[in-house]
Design a protein around this ligand. Structure first.
Ligand code: SAM
Ligand code: DTB
Ligand code: SF4
Length: 338
């Protein structure tokens, strides 16, 4: 088969990777990882919720949805000076990217004006910038790009088959349309999902197939473990076997060799050994900071200790490297096996 006519990843091929003996899967993932990334380097992104709660969407996992009774106190859009204070604090701790999240279905032009001021000011501090604001309309991604935005985060969350059990207020196609706008504006795409919502392994494979078959696939792929928040419809869902989460990281690494795979939400309840296995499986990015958007994340000092014990270090910025095409990035042996 010619490398120029690469077939999409099929669910069957992805399931074959998932089904490998655990050690074989990790070995393969770490081998792919080392062909494309410096060993032992982890990218550090810090998160800030710039507008919290009272969201009209019904995402079943989310404490910020207005449809569910959680303990969260809604907060309006944060003033610029507070955002910059948080960005300075994150930078002082060693964060490389500052990600600002808003609980919106989609921003109005006026809201976007305010976010644009935040993006340019954070960028001017020498931090990489990322925002997640919900669905974008025509022209909005271009405005963000002009303001100096590096990444737009918009997750597919799960497979198309399982999606209807999780969200009813926006469609899978709505998400793909926003991701298209992000790409067309020349922004880097940050797109991943949530594992442990009661989906099957086949549905996890379905999410990874969607991500890996994008052309090009996202530069940044956050793999979140569900944070179970009391009051949300998923707060009683059964715990996922940690090895299944590690397998998901490994398969993501093999399918998308050049992307940053982010070990995202869920680290607060994950033991150090599981995190180390995730790094072995090819995770090379984390959310660094004591808060995600509304829920907790490990203390700075805990992460600094973990890095010291594992001899991991903060990565150099990856922004100067242009994304490779799918054909360039899929290892030849895998292409031939398809
Ligand atoms: N409101 C915007 C949107 O959904 O497009 C942006 C913010 S939203 C909170 C960003 C992402 O956070 C979601 O797509 C989801 O993947 C993740 N997320 C939210 N709640 C979570 C939870 N309880 N556990 C894990 N990930 C979660
Ligand atoms: C992503 O994939 N995970 C982050 C970020 N992108 C915006 C959000 C995780 C949120 C976890 C629940 C909370 O703290 O509200
Ligand atoms: Fe709103 Fe985003 Fe939460 Fe969905 S995930 S309820 S869109 S804040």
């Amino acid at each position: 088969m010619s490398v120029n006519t690469v077939a999409p990843w099929t669910i069957r091929r992805i399931m074959e990777l998932y089904d490998l003996p655990f050690m074989d899967l990790l070995f393969q993932a770490q081998t792919v990882h080392r062909q494309h990334h410096p060993a032992n380097q982890i990218q550090l992104s810090s998160l800030l919720s710039i507008k919290t709660g009272a969201c009209p969407e019904d995402c079943s996992y989310c404490p910020q949805s207005s449809k569910y009774q959680t303990e969260l106190e809604p907060e309006p859009l944060m003033p610029l000076n507070q955002v910059l204070e948080a960005a300075r604090a994150a930078q002082a701790q060693g964060a490389q990217r500052f990600c600002m999240g808003a609980a919106w279905r989609s921003p109005t032009e006026k809201q976007l004006d305010q976010v644009i001021d935040m993006v340019s000011a954070v960028k001017a501090m020498g931090l990489e910038t990322c925002v997640t604001l919900g669905m974008l309309k025509d022209g909005q991604a271009e405005r963000l790009k002009q303001a100096g935005l590096d990444y737009y985060n918009h997750n597919l969350d799960t497979s198309p088959e399982f999606y209807g059990q999780i969200i009813s207020t926006r469609t899978y196609q709505d998400r793909l349309d926003t991701l298209e706008r992000v790409r067309a504006a020349g922004l880097n795409s940050c797109c991943g999902g949530i594992i442990g919502m009661g989906e099957s392994r086949r549905e996890r494979a379905g999410l990874l197939a969607q991500l890996a078959n994008m052309r090009p696939y996202p530069e940044s792929v956050p793999i979140n473990q569900l944070v179970k928040v009391p009051g949300t419809p998923l707060d009683q869902v059964e715990d996922l076997d940690p090895f299944e989460f590690v397998r998901t990281i490994a398969v993501a690494r093999i399918l998308m060799p050049t992307c940053a795979v982010r070990l995202s939400a869920g680290r607060e309840t994950m033991d150090d050994s599981t995190q180390a296995l995730c790094f072995m499986a090819g995770a090379n990015s984390i959310f660094y900071g004591e808060q995600l958007l509304t829920t907790g994340n490990p203390q700075f000092v805990a992460d600094q200790n973990l890095f010291a014990r594992l001899q991991l270090e903060a990565a150099k910025t990856t922004l100067s490297e242009p994304p490779l095409s799918l054909e360039q990035t899929r290892p030849r042996a895998m292409v031939e096996a398809l």
